[in-house]
Design a protein. Sequence first.
Length: 619
Amino acid sequence: MLVSNCSCCQHIPPLDYFPTCPPSHPFHCCQCVPSCHFCQQNKLAFGYCVPSCSTCPVLPTERGPKIESGSGGTTESGSSRTETGSSGTTESGSSRTGRSGGGPAEPRGTEDIIQFPIPENPSWSNPKLYGWGFQHFVVNVGSTVIVPSVMVSVGGGGNVEKARAIQASLFVMGINTLLQICFGTRLSVSMETSQAYIIPIISIALSTYSNFNNSLDPHQRFEQFMRRVQGASLISSIFQMVIGFSGLAKYFARHLSPLASVPLVTLTGLGLYVRGFPLVAKCAEIGLPALAILVFLTQFLPRIWKAKKEIAGQVAIILSVAIVWTYAEILTVAGAYDNTTQETQMNCRTDSSGLIGAAPWIKNPHPFQWGTPIFEAGDALSMMAASLVAVIESSGTFYASSKLSGAPPIPPYALTRGIGIQGIGTMIDAVFGAGNGSTASVEDAGLLGLTQVGSRRVVIVSAIFMVFLSVLGKVGAFFASIPLPIVGALHTVLFPYVASAGLQYLEFCNVNSFRSKLILGFSLFMGLSVPQYFKEYVFLSGHGPVNTGTTWFNDIMQVIFSSPPTVALIVAFFLDRTHTPGACSTWKDSGRYLKDKSDESEKTKEIYDFITSLGDMCS
């Protein structure tokens, strides 16, 4: 996403497409320049690095230097406004302009300034780097437990099998994250196990139980189930790699307008609402305090304790988890749940998971730990549908991460490369026995917005924690035994950041157009309504609305239409491409005029970015 030959501002290509300004150059990141006709044509509204320009009223950041404006006004670092004499005031971090006829806009407090996320990489000797990385690890390890636990439970495994599956998931999550940062999208994003694979996994478990109920013991039947899951995951990984490396994802990204991106990214966050407050309410005496403490530490304490504002806001996850987990341990030891129901004990007690006792001290993950994969056509087809949904959901997370980490929108060639690497990650998942595919972590993207730290080194450190603690079995199991109500409290705060990142794309669209209102409203409504109908139908009748004699076809329909981002994207993309495509206002109302118009070929940029990725070695 580079623009060259700007007659008004000399836009310098950064090392990659991240807005990292070299300290030796007086560059600073800005928003859209209102009075620059070239910038208006190319729509530089994403925050690019530009030098001091005496022609354009460039907007400063708090770290930007003091710049003398050619129109007589001055731009002061640390303030949220630019005085341009008679042209009014433009605020940093937003697209709003002040009064055009009078003096400067009213000053605002420093706590109301929209700060640009931290894009630069902290030094490896900086202790904050490892604190931030451990915080990303805590957020991801809490979500890692959900999918493997469901998989082992439906397959008939016990605590030992659950511990092995979680350790394998932690190991491959770290490997996939490193691959994605070094050779994929190169965004500050973590990879995790995908929830989209649960439906075909349940179908495989039911089929295995029906076929081998009397001939195999429970442990052998579980291994047979895992071997089928591994074989189906291997086929689905090839399907993901074809989508990525063949250019299909690039075609999709080129034709995806900002208007159609809004439902995709927004429902990537909102579609996971069942992992928010419903998990908190499973044990209200733990979940509600966790939610209250997290909101206080992240939103109110930085305003009260301004001297330590940075520390209080950027390690709030670790503090809140430690406080509430200790409180839950005290309740468990005191016997508060001894005479309660079995469900309450499972959700509230800190010793109910059984992972610490079942996990070994040292566990070296090795390929095909459950046995040789078994390939069946029906299992592979249903898993391919799940992998397609995982690709769509990952695309929404990639777009949200690029917004929340301070990077410009992810270019099509980087999205293609990221999806291809995601397919390689799914293959690694299957080889090491994780049992399902990978997807981009939504909660980790939300953490970028919460901490405003967009460095890739932070995520690299979290990936190293995942790999290292997956080998130390009991230590990794200890962190994996975080009570789910605490995990639900984290999701309740982090997922809204991803949803709001999707709404940011509305600034590039004409929301006053009734065409835009129809596409947005209908796609968002259908993205929430259709999956709810499919899920309720399964809950009431035991099977999906599509109930033919072919199990794999039923699973494909259930997987696709149970995903809110997938349904919303299908509806929004179809309407955006077919509803009055020849109208003069359609191109502008959808925001398609924001596409990059650089003369530099995309293939050249792709080669340049790949060489750069080899040169800086993930730094």
